[in-house]
Design a protein around this ligand. Structure first.
Ligand code: NAD
Ligand code: DAO
Ligand code: ZN
Length: 369
């Protein structure tokens, strides 16, 4: 079938709207009609050429909401007409990772997903016979996309797809990192570095966890209003302080925070986020994705004296099992998504969404098909 899609022909070039060919779903696969998709910092990162897994030409996008159009042989967990959120972290429920009870990472389709193809090694996208790679196993910047059945969360049909698409990445990641990775407890002091969709969602997660103090840190002060509205108790711009930000935070919190979250992808900030943690027990969670080849550093004594460094992918959330409940929590007013949608644009204007992201203008643009 034909589909309108935004194709990334090469790194650092605007996406190009094309009418591509999409092959139907093979065994275990599902064809999804996308209704809406967010544009995340990670899409921009891959388009910049800094992502070691980035292959071109590709159809980017991983924060989508859509409707099942057709299913391949053997598919049992979704049916035509179901509303779904694509998962870049699949959940097969059978692999060593899924069965471990220790992680949401799943190995079932990981190897092929990482090189931009479906589990059988081929792509379902092409133009004039030339294959176009998948991206993160999701490729939500296409009107029609194909995913393995195990990479789809089936959600309530009552939920607006142009809002809950953001649960496909940013909002779930921030909330999940607080609950599943850090396990923030009531009364805890929390610092969140970077107030994009991820950091602002970590703030809402910290409020849900009943954190006592939530310190929001960003160099873009236009982010502070929403941070406060979501529950930040303090907002700090490191550029307004002469001392290193970790020292400022330690002074403010009688020795450091209980939990910090790095939601930027900056290795210098990762160090600040670790070092502002309280001696003996403070934990820092890395969520941001740093450029290829970059490394983190600190004095080992920071760890010897009890600070802990962790990382979190998709907030530790098992998508097929847990995402439907995130959708329900949005529907019942417990999760804020609406305030994160700063712009709505048609697919044809997707490059404007990348411009807005680079300008730090708004939180999330939602693309409508
Ligand atoms: P974003 O660009 O919308 O937000 C980043 C924020 O960081 C901005 O407000 C910016 O002003 C601020 N910032 C930049 N430099 C700073 C500094 N030195 N000190 C303080 N603040 C600074 O990005 P986003 O979409 O919220 O994504 C954040 C990061 O999370 C990205 O690296 C993205 O790739 C990553 N990510 C990770 C996962 C995961 O599962 N681990 C999932 C989604 C996104
Ligand atoms: O299982 O080896 C693996 C990798 C899983 C990838 C998980 C994604 C981590 C965060 C990437 C940014 C998401 C938008
Ligand atoms: Zn698995």
């Amino acid at each position: 079938m034909k589909a309108r899609a935004a194709v990334a022909w090469e790194a650092n070039k605007p996406l190009s709207i094309e009418e591509i060919d999409v092959q139907g779903p093979k065994e275990g696969e599902v064809l999804v009609r996308m209704v809406a998709t967010g544009v995340c910092h990670t899409d921009a990162y891959t388009l910049s050429g800094m992502d070691p897994e980035g292959r071109f030409p590709a159809i980017l996008g991983h924060e989508g909401g859509g409707i099942v159009e057709a299913v391949g042989k053997g598919v049992t967990s979704v049916t035509v007409g179901d509303h779904v959120i694509p998962l870049y972290t699949a959940e097969c429920r059978q692999c060593k990772f899924c069965l471990s009870g220790k992680t949401n990472l799943c190995s079932a389709v990981r190897a092929t997903q990482g090189i931009g193809v479906m589990p059988d090694g081929s792509s379902r996208f092409s133009l004039n016979g030339k294959p176009i790679y998948h991206y993160m196993g999701t490729s939500t910047f296409s009107e029609y996309t194909v995913l393995p059945e195990i990479a789809l969360a089936r959600i309530s049909k009552a939920a607006p797809l142009d809002k809950v698409c953001l649960l496909g990445c940013g909002i779930t990641t921030g909330i999940g990192a607080v609950h599943n990775t850090a396990k923030v407890e009531p009364g805890a002091t929390v610092a969140v570095f970077g107030l994009g969709a991820i950091g602002l969602s970590a703030i809402q997660g910290a409020v849900m966890a009943k954190a006592g103090r939530i310190i929001a840190v960003d160099i873009n002060p236009s982010r502070f209003e929403l941070a406060r509205q979501l529950g930040a108790t303090d907002c700090i711009n490191p550029q307004e302080h002469s001392l290193p930000i970790q020292e400022v935070l330690i002074d403010m919190t009688d020795g450091g925070v209980d939990y910090s979250f790095e939601c930027i992808g900056n290795v210098e900030v990762m160090r600040q986020a670790l070092e502002c943690c309280h001696k003996g027990w403070g934990e820092s969670i890395i969520i941001g994705v740093a450029g290829a080849g970059q490394e983190i550093s600190t004095r080992p004594f920071q760890l010897v004296t009890g600070r802990v460094w962790r990382g979190s992918a998709f907030g530790g959330v098992k998508g097929r099992t847990e995402l439907p409940n995130y959708v329900e929590r949005y529907m019942s007013g417990q999760i804020n998504i609406d305030d994160f949608v700063s712009h709505n644009l048609p697919l044809e204007q997707i490059n404007t969404a990348f411009d807005l992201l680079h300008q730090g203008n708004g939180i999330r643009t939602v693309i409508h098909f």
